[in-house]
Design a protein around this ligand. Structure first.
Ligand code: ACO
Length: 322
């Protein structure tokens, strides 16, 4: 039997509070028009005081489980991608397992910043292909608003909160065609978020907020995502025309447009959610994937390219026959 990891359900959650560009421009020196022109973002969602990465993950996960019509006890592996875990430990995966009331399965977290859910899909695919697991819940969940310095106009305009989930099941029918992931640790200084509590003496006075040299990150992201598209197509001996949908990480509309251009794709074939969500880091690709499945754009049998780029640097893609 050829084993494939097939998407059997998806889910998503966005918190209620909407924070507009107008609101941000009342506290830092920026404007609605600057943010829209340079990023494509108009507003983002902000988690409520009692919400956490695991509480948002639970809502997205329950939706995915319901869509699949699956008994939670069938899940044998939970992988949560997050850079904003509720606690250092237990992992958010374990906290999600507790929330879902699953007695016995394996749960862990993956930390690859904005590429986290692609890394998680890569791991899940290996588990299913090897026969080590049959039903895997992958969740990307982030409370970026709590690690953003709301006085730094270079970063606070970009990020938002939310969670996306996908349930994968063992199938003989084609599902995930391939995944490709990479890391290059050389670029720490361009994009990082300190953890002062565990830092060395010289770093422990750093703030606990995201620090980014946006313009330099932008250039690397555009080049790198162009390369991952080529790598994915080559690995599958596939032409650009075979891809029905691009579901990119939602960092900046100009980065997304550059990748679509490389694929000679019309923006009508690209799922864009950043306008009202901003960059939800590891949640963004799964949130966009879920949205386009639920509104009927992505249909069974279509070929979908998911891709992401983030701190590390990390980057990757997943080519899926939905
Ligand atoms: N409002 C107004 N002006 C601003 C703002 C703002 N919010 N932010 C920066 N500026 C100014 C700068 O100070 C600069 O002014 P100067 O010319 O007087 O020096 C000017 O605008 C241009 O700044 P740039 O940084 O060159 O602007 P750029 O066009 O690159 O846009 C942005 C900035 C939106 C951050 C962009 O670089 C970007 O999206 N970068 C990539 C982000 C990304 O992909 N991150 C990876 C994923 S995140 C993760 O993994 C956690």
């Amino acid at each position: 039997m050829t084993r494939y990891a097939r998407v059997i359900g998806t889910g998503g959650y966005l918190p209620d509070e909407i924070r507009t560009n107008e609101q941000i421009s009342q506290t830092v020196d920026t404007s609605d028009s600057w943010i829209i022109e340079r990023t494509g973002i108009k507003s983002r969602r902000i988690a409520g005081p009692d919400e956490t990465a695991s509480s948002m993950a639970e809502i997205a996960a329950r939706q995915a489980i319901e869509a699949a019509g699956c008994d939670p006890e069938q899940i044998d592996l939970i992988i949560v991608a997050t850079g904003t875990p509720d606690r250092v430990y237990p992992s958010t995966g374990c906290l999600l397992q507790q929330r879902l009331g699953i007695k016995d399965c394996v749960s862990f977290d993956v930390q690859a910043a904005c590429s986290g859910s692609i890394f998680a899909l890569n791991i899940a695919d290996q588990y299913i292909k090897s026969g080590a697991a049959k039903t895997i819940l992958v969740v990307g969940t982030e409370i970026c608003s709590r690690i953003v310095d709301w006085t730094d106009r270079g970063t606070c305009i970009l990020f938002g909160d939310g969670a996306g989930a996908v349930l994968l099941g063992l199938s003989e029918e084609t599902g995930i065609l391939s995944t490709h992931i990479h890391s290059d640790g050389e670029y720490e200084d361009l994009l990082y978020c300190p953890n002062p509590q565990a830092a060395s003496e010289s770093n422990k006075h750093e703030s606990a907020f995201i620090s980014m040299r946006g313009n330099e990150v932008f250039k690397v992201a555009v080049n790198t995502l162009g390369r991952i598209v080529d790598e994915t197509l080559e690995a599958n001996n596939m032409d650009k025309e075979a891809i029905d949908w691009l579901v990119p990480h939602q960092a900046n509309i100009r980065i997304i447009a550059a990748t679509a251009k490389k694929l000679k794709m019309s923006m009508d074939q690209v799922v864009v959610t950043l306008e009202n969500q901003g960059n939800t880091s590891s949640a963004s690709v799964l949130l966009a994937f879920n949205e386009a499945i639920r509104d009927g754009r992505i249909q069974r049998g279509q070929v979908v390219l998911l891709e992401a780029f983030g701190a590390g640097f990390t980057w990757g893609s997943a080519l899926i026959k939905y």
